[in-house]
Write a protein that binds this ligand. Structure first.
Ligand code: M6P
Ligand code: ZN
Length: 205
């Protein structure tokens, strides 16, 4: 075993351990990434025919997640690295699925290492916020805020490290039903925040 390999034992016991985030190759040594493809975001992009046209040619990878998951008990922290590729569906930039935490009262910290992005957030009540992600930006997602990352660069990967309570879980339901309140689209070559016509305020759902 080299010092750069993370072992199953290290990931399940309460012994201290170190893992290596290779910033230049955008990966975590010894961790197999989870891959999300366009098909897993069906219904999330505004332009359904553009979505279908891309899928007819294949199912491109949108992002990869290297997760150092910890046991889902109080006090533990999971962390990892996400690489979100550039691209668009119609005018809308590639993005993550986005989620609330299943344990709503849990937050998350994102540290942007490379690229240019936006973090779209909202609460169950419909408050929203968009934070810029540029190298060095640390975005704090408070408890109760759903979050989705969007790559607004033309050609560069958006790369970020994240940490959240290991028992937080992911709740995709509300986002799969109607998406986020705000979408990020290209307008005259620059990212713009626009209303999502599918989104309904809580009282009308
Ligand atoms: C972040 C973290 C992960 C999450 C990943 C992908 O990197 O919050 O927990 O899995 O984003 O986002 P999603 O699960 O919404 O596809
Ligand atoms: Zn999260």
């Amino acid at each position: 075993m080299t010092t750069q390999q993370i072992t199953t034992q290290q990931m399940t016991t309460q012994q201290p351990f170190t893992f290596f985030l290779n910033q230049f190759e955008a990966r975590i040594e010894g961790v197999e990434p989870l891959v999300r493809r366009l098909s897993s975001l069906r219904g999330q992009f505004l332009d359904q025919s553009a979505f279908d046209a891309i899928l007819a040619q294949g199912d491109p990878m949108l992002y990869k997640v290297y997760a150092v998951d910890r046991p889902g008990v109080d006090g533990e922290l999971s962390s990892g690295l996400t690489i979100l590729h550039p691209g668009k569906v119609g005018d809308e930039y590639f993005m993550t699925k986005g989620h609330f935490h299943a344990v709503l009262e849990t937050g998350e910290v994102y540290y942007c290492l490379g690229g240019r992005g936006m973090m779209v957030m909202e609460t169950p009540e419909g408050d929203w916020h968009v934070a810029e992600m540029t190298p060095g930006a640390v975005v704090y997602v408070p408890p109760r805020w759903a979050h989705r990352s969007v790559n607004v660069s033309i050609a560069e990967d958006l790369v970020f490290f994240w940490v959240y309570p290991a028992n937080a879980g992911h709740d995709y339901g509300a986002i799969e039903r109607q998406g986020f309140r705000k979408l990020i689209v290209a307008q005259e070559g620059a990212p713009a925040i626009v209303d999502n016509p599918r989104w309904l305020p809580p009282a009308q759902r």
